[in-house]
Each structure stands twice: as C-alpha cells, then as structure tokens.
Ligand binder design. Structure first.
Ligand SMILES: NC(=O)c1ccc[n+]([C@@H]2O[C@H](COP(=O)([O-])OP(=O)(O)OC[C@H]3O[C@@H](n4cnc5c(N)ncnc54)[C@H](OP(=O)(O)O)[C@@H]3O)[C@@H](O)[C@H]2O)c1
Length: 298
C-alpha cells in the first residue's frame, strides 16, 4: 500500500483494544479506535453507512462478548457480538476492499485432545461463548477471502477484568486460594498479543499480495493450568504485597461453573511463526511486567 494505511480497531475499550491503541505504530500507519459505545459491530446498517464514508485499509476486530459463564444465560448477546458482528464486518470489508484481522478463542475446541491444538483440528465448542466464536470464525471465512483469524487464549492485562487481576485481588485479602489444576491452556498478555496483531497488520500494510490469509493460533509460548498461572501471579506480586497466600490445586469438578471449559486448550502456534515469523515469548516472562504494572510500578 502506498501512502498512509488506515487501521480501525473495534472494541477499543477492551484488553486487546487498549493495548493496540497504546502500542507505538510507524508514522505511516493511522490507527483509529472505536469503543463499544461509539461503534457497535452488530448494528449492520449503521456500520455499513459509517464504513462507507470512513474508509479503512485494515480492520482489527477486538470487539467481543467475553463473559464466558454469563454467556450461558445470555447467549443472545454473545451471538450478536461474536457471530453477527464479525459477519457484518466481514461482509462490509468484502464490499469495501478492506482486510480484516479477527480475534477468536481456544474455547472453540472441546479439550479432549492430549496434545496442543493445531489450526486444522476440528472445532467442537462445549459452551455458548465458544459456539458463538466458532460461528463468528465461519462467518468471516465465508464472507471474506482477505482475513486473518488469530485464535488466542487466557488473555490478561493491567486493565479490565481478567483472571490474573482477580487472583492478585484475592491474594491481598485471603490466606489460601483453591485453583483448578486440571485445565491446561496458554496464558497470553494483551500487550504481547497486540504486538503480534501489529506485525500482522504491518505485513498487510507493506505487502498485501504476499499475506498468507487464513486461521492461526497466537498465544504466549508454553502452557499452564489455572493453578500454575495463579501461583506464578502470586509469586510475582510478593515484592509489592509482602504476602504469599497458599495456592491449593483443585479439580475442575470441585469448582463447577455455568460454562463447561475444555480440559486442554493448549494452542500450537508454529503455523503463525512459519507464515509471519511471529514467535511470542514464554508466558512467565510476559506475566511479570503486567503484575508490576497492576501495582503501579513500571
Ligand atoms: N479475554 C480472554 O481471556 C480471551 C481468551 C481467548 C480469546 N479472546 C478473544 O480475544 C479478543 C479480545 O478479547 P479481550 O480480552 O480484549 O476482550 P474484552 O476485554 O472483553 O474486550 C472486548 C470489548 O468488546 C466490546 N464489545 C462487546 N460487544 C461489542 C459490540 N457488539 N460492538 C463493539 N464492541 C463490543 C466490549 O465492550 P463492553 O464491555 O462495553 O461490552 C469490550 O470493550 C476477543 O475476540 C476475545 O473473544 C479473549
């Protein structure tokens, strides 16, 4: 693309959205962020009209309904944001010649595989959130050739609501925490995820003809259980709190939740590395600076 590349980030108030807007971008990339209140991706007529007059080269869809348990009783909102929204965006992108980078989730898998999931594995979501995201992926693939779907997992950041922040809060007031140890996944810092998304956007901006469009797994490297992640967060917080509550491993059956989560949702990210040269650092390395930032120390 010659000249300025215009990038729209939807869901700009979320963890990834904020990280994308805080990232430093080259001077020839103009990034515009729209929060849910400013731009509802599922409001098709408004979206079509606005995008027709505000042209973008790339849209990063960081908008989603991510309340996994709440989605079981509020599936309509999950479907609207995670299926109908991406469908409307992809269809507008096709008409306007805009590329779409869309985010999806490890929860599209059923968790029965013994090894990390690869992109060609069959999906089989076990909860309403996962089903709505799997349908959103399908809609994007059906509507638009020029898409990159990045499936990520267990996202946390210094802002918004997430597992790491919940653990840090509880660690400040409790002496013992019981955390599920038999669900495995790939914890991912929103800031690191934003850097990976940025590399994909820059590839589209600099050499669109060479982009290997399709679906990729995109997480920090290595894996953990919720228990391992909680213990690592508690350990990283010790310099700030001088507290080290005891973290007990428990089984998922001892902590029933409305949504069924996959026992294994580890994602193999080697396809992303082969296609885009993106290899994210180990999750423990990414966790420490986020914990530091939660306690207001850079
Ligand atoms: N968080 C995770 O652990 C996780 C794990 C795997 C994959 N992912 C995926 O990664 C992506 C980014 O997640 P995240 O953690 O940054 O999510 P997040 O913090 O929940 O942010 C999502 C944002 O989207 C907004 N939104 C919801 N419905 C919308 C709509 N119809 N139109 C426009 N905006 C809307 C939300 O606004 P309101 O809050 O005001 O509704 C929120 O600001 C999503 O695709 C998510 O599915 C996340």
């Amino acid at each position: 693309m010659s000249g300025e590349t215009r990038v729209l980030v939807t869901g700009a108030g979320g963890q990834l959205g904020r990280a994308l807007l805080q990232a430093s971008w080259p001077k020839d990339i103009r990034v515009v962020g729209k929060s849910h209140a400013e731009f509802d991706i599922a409001c098709e007529p408004e979206l079509e009209a606005w995008l027709a007059t505000n042209r973008f080269d790339v849209i990063v869809n960081a908008a989603a309904y991510t309340a996994v348990d709440q989605a079981e009783v509020d599936s309509g909102r999950a479907i609207r944001a995670n299926h109908h929204g991406p469908r409307a965006l992809a269809s507008a992108c096709r008409r306007l010649g805009t590329a779409l980078v869309h985010l999806s989730t490890d929860y599209v898998f059923d968790g029965t595989k013994d090894t990390p999931y690869v992109e060609t594995d069959a999906v089989g979501p076990r909860c309403a959130y996962g089903r709505s995201k799997a349908d959103g992926e399908d809609a994007v693939r059906t509507q638009l050739a020029e898409h990159v779907i990045l499936r990520t997992a267990w996202v946390y950041s210094p802002t918004n609501k997430n597992f790491v922040k919940t653990i840090l809060r509880l660690a400040g007031v409790r002496d013992e925490l019981n955390i599920v140890a038999d669900q495995l996944g790939s914890p991912t810092s929103a800031q690191d995820l934003a850097k990976a998304v940025q590399q994909v956007v820059l590839r589209i901006a600099n050499d669109k003809a060479s982009v290997p469009w399709g679906t990729y797994h995109c997480t920090n490297s290595g894996w953990a259980s919720w228990f391992t992640l909680a213990r690592a967060a508690v350990d990283a917080a010790v310099p700030f709190t001088a507290r080290r509550p005891f973290v007990h491993p428990i089984r998922a059956v001892e902590y029933p939740t409305p949504a069924v989560r996959p026992a294994n949702s580890r994602l193999d990210c080697s396809r992303l590395e082969a296609a885009f040269g993106i290899r994210m650092r180990p999750w423990r390395e990414a966790l420490t600076p986020v914990v530091r930032e939660v306690f207001g120390s850079k």
